[in-house]
Design a protein around this ligand. Structure first.
Ligand code: TYD
Ligand code: MG
Length: 453
């Protein structure tokens, strides 16, 4: 019998420890170590040896022949965008997201378009074949586009896949897949990791493009897909709420393209549809100007996006006034309020401040600083800003307003959507010939100048 040994795996970073501890020594996460049993194998067929195809030898870099990664467009433009231009053969993509957000729907649609050109296989461990077929029919995808397999044992999946020889394969979901090499329950962190390792090895050896679906749960009872992030080439996460109409996919890691690229979809009765004009969807159309609402231009991945920042400043009856942000960093808000006090002379210590980004987008960029500040001011003074006004810029602790990258592109995007008044950092002021027609630009370099507007 194989020798077994107890070890502890961190569910956040995947590192292995010999002893249990309250905090993972590698990533610093608390309460993330879980017990797992490793069987000691004497042969090298253990899935932990995830060596890729090809014989190993030491080589010079100049001797290595480069091949263009052959990319296959998936036919879904927003998905291609986050993948970095299309699917790469032999690559492994992990798609994470909350239950019900549309992972199965999107991958069914993707396989249907890819299935027209290549051999495609959908392995389902969650739903029955009838359910998958029903969904595909409801989406009007046609019955002959891809093959189906309902199986949860990774060894049998791979055995059947070797016969079926798919060029693209979907595993829905990795949490339901188990390997016979390990005794622990399906969904446990050991099972997920070992089965994924086998699947990854299969993909690399046979040059199959592989999509793995992974669930994220708040409680972390199911092994989260985070431990898999190291193994795969691309990690895509669904953002947004499953109750909302718009779904966003963000590339967190991509060995074949840019990260932080955002793909936008709308959930309809006939599946996920790509959104062609993303800037327009995040603006709430007010009939007349309202106080506390400001348009700002952020950049998600490679493209500028118009978003609306809303602020509500209200008298506080608490000892500790509330500072609430949705879609923005809360520390950033505290910092801006301090700057506002110190360099603008406006005290907010007796005011609750709420900030929200319309449409459920999450902004990580500092270019939204001036937008945040202006919306707070507008709400505090109850004075609406002109509807055609937009702003972007970063605010520093010294009260200075700093330029942000790609200012010209942001101006152009706003002009395209009919905005005519810009409040931007002085450093982003374009040359006179580059100013879009009919655009009036106010360049600011200090917070105090911002207050005068
Ligand atoms: P699903 O892809 O099953 O989610 P996941 O695999 O991420 O758990 O999609 C779930 C939701 O999408 C479900 O609540 C129903 C909705 N939906 C539509 O609104 N329209 C559709 O055409 C489909 C297929 C699903
Ligand atoms: Mg699903």
């Amino acid at each position: 019998m194989a020798k077994t040994k107890l070890q502890y795996l961190c569910s956040s970073c995947g590192s292995v420890h010999n002893k249990w501890a309250g905090q993972c020594g590698d990533c610093g996460e608390w309460n993330s170590l879980v017990e797992s049993v490793f069987e000691k194998e004497n042969n090298n067929t253990s899935p932990r040896f995830t060596g890729y195809a090809g014989k190993a030898s030491v080589q010079n870099m100049c001797d290595i022949e480069l091949q263009e990664e052959p990319r296959t467009p998936t036919g879904i433009t927003e998905l291609d965008r986050v993948l970095g231009g299309g699917m790469v053969q032999g690559s492994v993509v992990l798609m994470g997201g909350n239950p019900g957000i549309g992972k199965s729907t999107l991958l069914t649609q993707t396989l249907a378009t890819l299935g027209e050109k290549m051999n495609a296989l959908y392995v389902t461990g969650e739903e029955s074949l009838q359910q998958v077929t029903l969904r595909a029919r409801r989406l009007n995808l046609g019955d002959d586009k891809f093959q189906l397999l309902a199986e949860t044992c990774v060894e049998r999946v791979l055995q059947l896949a070797k016969q079926a020889r798919p060029q693209v394969m979907v595993i829905d979901s990795i949490q339901t897949i188990y390997t016979e090499l390990s005794q622990s329950a399906p969904g446990s962190i050991t099972q997920v990791r070992e089965s994924a390792a086998q699947l990854v090895r299969f993909a690399k050896q046979t040059n199959t493009a592989l999509f793995l679906v992974g669930h994220v749960t708040k409680e972390g009872t199911l092994a989260g897909p985070r431990v898999l992030e190291h193994m795969v080439d691309t990690v895509l996460y669904f953002e947004g709420d499953s109750g909302e109409r718009y779904r966003m996919i963000r590339a967190i890691k991509n060995r074949f393209g840019a990260v932080n690229e955002l793909g936008l979809f709308a959930m309809t009765e006939t599946g996920l549809k790509t959104v062609s004009n993303p800037s327009a969807i995040f603006l709430s159309r007010h009939d007349e100007p309202v106080a506390g609402s400001v348009i700002t231009v952020t950049r998600e991945g490679n493209r500028p996006l118009l978003i609306e920042v809303q602020a509500l400043v209200d008298e506080s009856h608490l000892g500790n006034p509330r500072r609430v942000t949705l879609g923005l960093d809360q520390n950033r808000l505290s910092m801006l309020l301090a700057v506002l006090h110190r360099h603008g002379g406006l005290a907010m210590y007796d005011q609750d401040v709420f900030i929200n980004i319309v449409g459920g987008v999450r902004v990580t960029e500092t270019a939204a600083d001036t937008g945040m500040l202006l919306s707070i001011l507008s709400s505090f003074r109850d004075r609406p800003l002109p509807q055609k006004l937009f702003t972007f810029g970063e605010i520093g602790l010294a009260g200075e307003i700093r330029p942000v990258p790609n200012g010209q592109e942001r101006l152009k995007e706003a002009a395209k959507h009919g905005f005519t008044h810009a409040v931007i950092p002085k450093g982003n002021m374009p040359k006179p010939q580059d100013i879009p027609d009919d655009m009036e630009i106010i360049a600011v370099s200090r917070v105090s100048e911002l207050l005068d507007i």
